[in-house]
Design a protein around this ligand. Structure first.
Ligand code: AHM
Ligand code: MG
Length: 314
C-alpha cells in the first residue's frame, strides 16, 4: 500500500488539523498543476493587468492560483485566515473565523518562468493563532517567528508534481501518481547531504552584493568546489539543494538591501524544511527561524543549505 499524505500529516500533536490542511494543499496542487498544463490553450498565460502589494506585475496564473489555494483552505474547516504574497491584507475565512490555524502562502512562486515553460512552485506554512477564538483573526496572528511554525512545505510543478512537507518530524516528499490520483510517498526522510551538490544564486548581481559577500563567496567556491545551477525559481532551486546538497542564496544587494525573498512566504517555510532536513537556514547573523516578523510582506536575505557551505557565507 502506498504511504499517503495523511500518514505523515497526522504525526505530532496537531495531527487532527494537519491532515485536512495537508489534504487541502494536495487538492490545490492538483488543480494548479492542471491549470498550468492547459494555460496556453485557455488564454491564461501573461499579465493579469494588476500589481501585487510589492509593485510586481501579477500574472493571470498568480491570481488564479491564489483563488484556488484560498478556496481549498476554506474547504478544510480548520483555517481561519490565509496570508498570501498576492494579497495586501490577510484574507479572513468568515465561515471558520474561530478555527485555530492560519496558513501563509506564495501560491505560484517563480512565475517569471511561466513564459518559458519552466518549473514553478507553491510555498506554504501553518501557524496557530495567537488571538482568542472568539476574536477576529488579525495580521498580528501571522507575525510569528519560524520557531512557531507547525507545518510547512512546497509543491514543485515539474515533470512530475511533488509535494514536499514537514510537520516537524523530518521532511517527506510525495509525488502525484496520475494512476491513483493521489500523492504517494516517494522520498521519505529527506536529508540534505553535507558535502557535494551545487551553489545556486543570481551571480549577475555579484558586483552589487552587500555584507562583504563577494569575498566570502569566492572563498566558498574555492573551498567546496561546488558546481553551479540556477533556475530562478526558488522551489526548483531549493528542491535540488535539499536532494543534492550545496547552498541556495538570495543575498542583500544595493538595489535590494533586504534581498528579494519574503520572510513569511518564502524564507520561513523553506528555512523550516532545511533545518528539518539537517541543514542550515541563515539570514543576517541569525537563523531565518529566529527573526521576529514585523510585516506581512517583509523581505530578508537568505542562505539555505548544507551547514558547511552556509557557514562560509555568513
Ligand atoms: P516571485 O515570488 O515574484 O515569483 O519571485 C521570487 C522568485 C524566486 O522563485 C526566485 O528565487 C527569485 O525570484 C529569482 O529572482 P531573480 O530573477 O532576481 O534571480
Ligand atoms: Mg515568490
Amino acid at each position: 500500500m502506498p504511504v499517503t499524505l495523511n500518514s505523515i500529516a497526522q504525526q505530532g500533536e496537531n495531527g487532527k488539523a494537519m491532515m485536512p490542511i495537508m489534504q487541502g494543499v494536495g487538492r490545490a496542487a492538483t488543480e494548479i498543476a492542471y491549470l498550468l498544463r492547459g494555460a496556453v490553450f485557455r488564454g491564461a498565460l501573461g499579465a493579469a493587468g494588476g500589481e501585487n502589494v510589492q509593485g510586481e506585475q501579477q500574472q493571470k496564473l498568480d491570481v488564479l492560483s491564489d483563488e484556488i489555494f484560498l478556496s481549498e483552505m476554506r474547504s478544510t474547516g480548520f483555517v481561519c485566515a490565509v496570508g498570501s504574497e498576492e494579497q495586501e491584507d490577510l484574507q479572513v475565512i468568515e465561515e471558520y473565523a474561530d478555527a485555530d490555524f492560519l496558513v501563509l502562502v506564495d501560491p505560484l512562486d517563480g512565475s517569471s518562468n511561466l513564459d518559458v515553460d519552466g518549473p514553478v512552485g507553491t510555498i506554504f506554512s501553518v501557524v496557530r493563532r495567537k488571538t482568542l477564538k472568539d476574536q477576529r483573526p488579525t495580521e498580528a496572528d501571522t507575525l510569528q517567528a519560524g520557531r512557531n511554525v507547525i507545518a510547512a512545505g512546497y509543491v514543485l510543478y515539474g515533470p512530475a508534481t511533488m509535494l514536499v512537507c514537514s510537520v516537524g518530524q523530518g521532511v517527506h516528499g510525495f509525488t502525484y501518481n496520475p494512476n491513483s490520483a493521489r500523492f504517494e510517498l516517494s522520498h521519505p526522510d529527506m536529508r540534505i547531504p553535507e558535502k557535494g551538490g551545487y551553489y545556486s544564486v543570481n551571480e549577475a548581481n555579484a558586483d552589487k552584493w552587500l555584507d562583504q559577500l563577494a569575498e566570502k563567496f569566492a572563498h566558498m567556491k574555492r573551498e567546496t568546489g561546488l558546481g553551479m545551477r540556477y533556475v530562478g525559481s526558488m522551489v526548483a532551486d531549493m528542491h535540488r539543494t535539499l536532494l543534492k546538497g550545496g547552498v541556495f542564496l538570495y543575498p542583500a544587494d544595493w538595489k535590494n538591501p533586504n534581498g528579494k525573498l519574503r520572510l513569511l512566504y518564502e524564507a520561513i517555510p523553506m528555512g523550516f524544511l532545511v533545518e528539518q532536513a539537517g541543514g542550515k537556514a541563515m539570514s543576517r547573523g541569525c537563523s531565518v527561524l529566529d527573526i521576529e516578523p514585523e510585516g506581512l510582506h517583509q523581505r530578508v536575505p537568505v542562505y539555505l543549505g548544507s551547514s558547511s557551505a552556509v557557514d562560509m557565507l555568513v
